[in-house]
Design a protein around this ligand. Sequence first.
Ligand code: GLY
Ligand code: MN
Ligand code: MN
Length: 460
Amino acid sequence: MNMPYAQRRQALARQLGEGGIAIIPTAAEQPRNRDSAFLFRHDSYFYYLTGFTEPHALLVLTGEGTATLFCAPKDLEREIWDGYRLGPEAAPAALGVDAAYSFAELDARLPRLLENRSQVWYPFATHPGLAARVEGWLNQVRARVRYGALCPARQSDLCTLLDDMRLVKDAHEQAIMRRAAQISAGAHVRAMQCSARRLRAGQEVREYHLDAELLHEFRLHGSQYPAYGSIVAAGANACVLHYRADAAPVRDGELVLIDAGCELDGYASDITRTFPANGRFTGPQRALYDLVLASQDAAVTATRPGARFTDPHDATVAVLAQGLLDLGLLDRNKAGTVQDVIESRAYFQFYMHRTGHWIGMDVHDCGSYVEPSEVGQTSERKDPLSGETITNRPSRILRPGMALTIEPGLYVRPAEGVPEAFHNIGIRIEDDAFVTEDGCELITRGVPVRADEIEALMRD
Ligand code: GLY
Ligand code: MN
Ligand code: MN
């Protein structure tokens, strides 16, 4: 497949304006403790424009489309310890940039690159210390104005341009995301089957056993690492939204909630499945599961071009509100009608998060959730739970190529008036979707989602 990076750089360059110049660093290495660093993960914006994954790198792009890369210089001794470096000599041919220099030359060269430019773009509030560094370079340009140099008069947030570009996934991105989704789906299948098999064999199952299955499958298929900290939550742990895979026993008769996805070649996947540890749902588990699934079906139907980002959430809430009344989790005498439950947000006791987020290089991907052309159209409402006044702006209109998750859930903590049969059940079902020309495509259905299909899979 053709590498898309040069094309993206050109598309960005066209938006920088006459005399514009952009500075995009990769991520900094993060110390873990003493001599150990966290595994390096490149910056997503930088990677989007270069495909380059080494640390100590920075791209400069002009409005005319000239790309200059700063990267780690070749250094045999360092390469013996830390591994291969591309180096500035090989970078133009390998990455299609116009020029490349050692990262050590950054402070010497940047003022010259910024000289006589009118506007400098860089990502605001994403790289600690970057704004101060840009200021230092601009200071040096200013020192030369006596000799006729012009100093950029405007600084702008590059995220506003790149966020919008990244929101719609090109063919290259969609292909990688599909593969990531497939690997993650396989990992969920593997964890489900492991749970049932071990319990049937009378073996202990702990959350980390299932986490190990996920990791095995991710790495087996070439994923570099999980896209986020995997949640493997047995029983009541599923009601802790940001629970991490730990050591709790997975008990026969309980549900397990797994929220895990791999990152493949810079792209995330994000899947949640909730399944019975032993492969068979109990009655109350199944009733809640089918309700969450029905709410997801409604959200999937609402995910189509022209719809608002909030439409799937609203569709979910309508189904959940009805179900909570039907199952007696909300008392009709107190909570009233479905409309009352929606307006009072009484469902919030059991469903306290949104139904999705953008997904791409970052699991919670960049991109405004407000429709840019309607950003000035504000309205106010009073939140019935907090009493706060909230300013609303029209939500983003979905377009083909956007990628988002669809992830309704229900989390039932023991409370007065809540039927005991449902206590401590936590369920979430999450799939990743591309908005298509006429609806959406779920790319994570390589792992079953219907209760009967999950039971069948876990029997085999
Ligand atoms: N796994 C993070 C999320 O579902 O948003
Ligand atoms: Mn998610
Ligand atoms: Mn998730």
